[in-house]
Design a protein. Sequence first.
Length: 504
Amino acid sequence: MKICFFLQRRFTYIGYALATRLNQKYDVRKFCAYIHLRESFNFIKNQKSPRFTQLLLDEDIHNRYKDEKVDWEYIKKLEKDYGLPNLWPYIEVDRIIRSNQLIRAYPYNTPPYSHEEMARILQVTAKAIIKFFDEEKPDVIIFSVVGSISALLLCEIAKKRNIKTLHIQSARVNIKQTISENYENFSYVNDLFNKLQAGDISLPEHKNAAKTFLEKFREKPEPYCSMDLPKNRPIDRRRQLGFLKPKKFFWSLRWWPKAITRYLTDPYRDDYSNINPLWEIWDNLKKKTQVLIGFENFYDEANLGENFTYFPLHLDPEIATLLKAPFYKDQLWLIKQIARSLPLDFKLYVKEHPAMVGNRTRYFYKELKKIPNVKLIRPTVDSLSLIRRAKLIVTISGTAGWEAIQLKKPVIIFSDAFYSQLPMVKRCAVIERLPYLVKEQLENFKHDETALINFLTAIYHESVDVDLIQIWNVEGASQVEAKKEQLWPLADLIAKKLNLHSIN
């Protein structure tokens, strides 16, 4: 068997640890990889075991577009073979190519490339990946996230060639991680859920664990990721202004000159994914200025006794909007549609994502406040307390919908989510239908406890306990190396899906 990894940024170190485990325990000897970031590429290239037969560096492939001419006949063939149904989704999902975000901080949104240049970038990337698959012939490709032209091309071309795709995903239950054959939902969980619903299988041990989890969650609701707790984010004004403390201020004065020097002396500083520290300084100054001005004049007090629908703002940019719901990524527009779809006696409570506090412009909030029945709730308010008292939760595809389901609340979503197939969830695929879905969920909602327990049972059976978010956020290979044993259950789950057997 040959396993291909898509190694993106920090996941490179995690991916290498997984490959090491698959090599040592399951005797997998053939690996190849498509890699983002030159530093990550050099790390994998310098490893002695396991060896990778071929490594593709995204930045090197990207540079070829400068000497490429657009072959529109080739583009049309690509569109016919791999269109979704056209090729724009491959470009729209890539926040660097489409908007120059990541290189520049949100809300910067100016494409660094022309229409023709985008076509050339997609063309050279597709050619490189097709050649890569022709030469390597991998049996499976493993992803952590699909958020670029190359990742989505790898995924869709692999599917057409019957190459198995495995996606590592958070199961949104404690620290559990699951594996899926697609990025839209949890394929293995869903298959098992359908069997449980039909009564074809019984998993009493996992069902008891699911019931225990649900009881504890309802008694004391907490987000699956502790980073999303208000207390763990600098979301109040005092903590946002922490950068003015002498210790942090002088640290910044020392750090920025070093960053600029490293950038200017880097022979590969022109890689399209490199962040110019001068722009980073400018974007940070703009953000800090916004924080100094503050947003207090926009916030409303929550009245948990009134009728309200809750819409939590998504992180932006995010896969939920770039890949899964690209036609709903304008959240200001979407909020206007939700607000006009509610009964007249309802308010729409909108709350900022904890990681976005200080990032959105004041203009965004000013426009939000023009909507008569909208309240912007302080980010320090606990999201779960709002979910508990809301009459309806509306989200693009966020975890708030999953939390609401567990608390027996009606939910409307706008794209495929991992919990989409639960019978009490309604998806709005056509915006004109939204007022009718709202009316249906408010007047005729029926919670299905059996389905929820079966879904949680399937999650418990098809997942492992690995605190991947914490490990992912650890900088550098040495730190991941120190924690690699925590990743072994995830490697074992991958092996199980590939029918590999331990040699130990």
